[in-house]
Design a protein around this ligand. Structure first.
Ligand code: NDP
Length: 271
């Protein structure tokens, strides 16, 4: 349904949703609706495609209609932080938010940073190569630096990589040719995986104990993850991050522990 057609509905129960553009590929509605059912909560989680120019009106409209919380995805995460009160240090520092609580004023959190790092928490910090310098890469690099990783970065547009490194004011090497040699971790923070494409890096230099993490997710592993698995490398599917950031958002909205097993199953991950 178009967000402008949403009306207040006293029978709707708990109303949650996600705003993005494009949004069709999102697995968040399937995942969150399964989580609500498992908790016995009457309500729903809906996806809305929203133009940037209408983002703020959309958030206010959904709040007027009784929505309690929203996730925010590409390309609205900076705007989400701008129109809200930062309820979380990460939002203040990075200026990006993926979760809104539709109170007065609207409050914003960022669960991407913690969600991204959750599958890595048992790994010893080492050297990481990050591909991409967009909003997701910001959460990735912030998480890695906070946990003591040494980061190198490759981005298609070099100027953007330079601005990115300036923002962090940290010792991040910008690479001309993305080379995974001596890296413990390669993180793909580009959307290439959504289009059956793989980032072009010097795969022949990758070590056998390198872990490959693709943020882009589909209902099945991306080409990059299939390739890495065929080389015997450890892989982390972007759906792992999806589940953790979603569980953290839900827990903030409703104050009850989310059932991660149910959410994993809903997006096709092993339980
Ligand atoms: P942005 O648009 O902010 O950034 C995209 C980045 O990818 C830019 O650095 C861009 O480079 C690069 N890029 C885009 N297209 C190409 C291409 N064809 N070849 C090489 N580089 C390219 O997007 P986000 O950072 O918000 O998201 C990136 C991906 O991460 C998306 O697929 C998103 O769905 C996924 N994601 C997954 C999450 C999860 O929970 N698993 C959470 C958040 C994001 P340039 O600067 O040159 O344009």
């Amino acid at each position: 349904m178009h967000w402008k057609d949403i009306r207040r509905d006293s029978d709707a129960g708990l109303r949650l949703g996600i705003l993005g553009n494009p949004i069709e590929h999102s697995l968040s509605p399937i995942m969150h609706n399964a989580a609500l059912r498992a908790l016995g909560i009457h309500g729903s989680y809906e996806a809305f495609a929203v133009e940037e120019s209408e983002f703020q009106s959309c958030v206010y409209h959904l709040r007027d209609c009784g929505f309690m919380g929203l996730n925010v995805t590409i390309p609205h995460k900076e705007l989400a932080a701008k129109i809200s009160y930062a309820d979380h240090d990460v939002v203040k520092i990075l200026g990006v938010a993926n979760t809104l609580m539709l109170t007065y004023p609207i409050r914003a959190r960022n669960t991407d940073v913690e969600g991204f790092y959750a599958p890595l928490k048992n790994m010893q910090p080492g050297r990481a190569l990050v591909l991409g310098a967009g909003g997701a890469a910001k959460a990735v690099v912030y998480a890695l630096l906070s946990h003591g990783w040494q980061v190198s970065l490759y981005n298609r547009t070099r100027e953007k990589a330079k601005n990115f490194v300036r923002f962090f004011n940290a010792d991040i090497e910008i690479l001309e040719n993305p080379d995974p040699r001596n890296c413990n971790l390669v993180v793909n923070a580009t959307p290439l995986g959504l289009h059956d494409e793989m980032p072009e890096i010097l795969w022949e230099n990758i070590g056998g104990d390198t872990c490959v993490y693709d943020l882009a997710y589909r209902k099945e592993p991306t080409e990059l993850l299939k390739f890495a698995a065929s080389k015997g490398l450890r892989i982390i599917d972007g759906r792992e991050m999806l589940v953790e950031q979603g569980a953290l958002s839900l827990e903030w909205w409703i104050g009850v522990r989310a059932q991660r097993d149910v959410m994993r199953k809903a997006v096709g991950l092993e339980v």
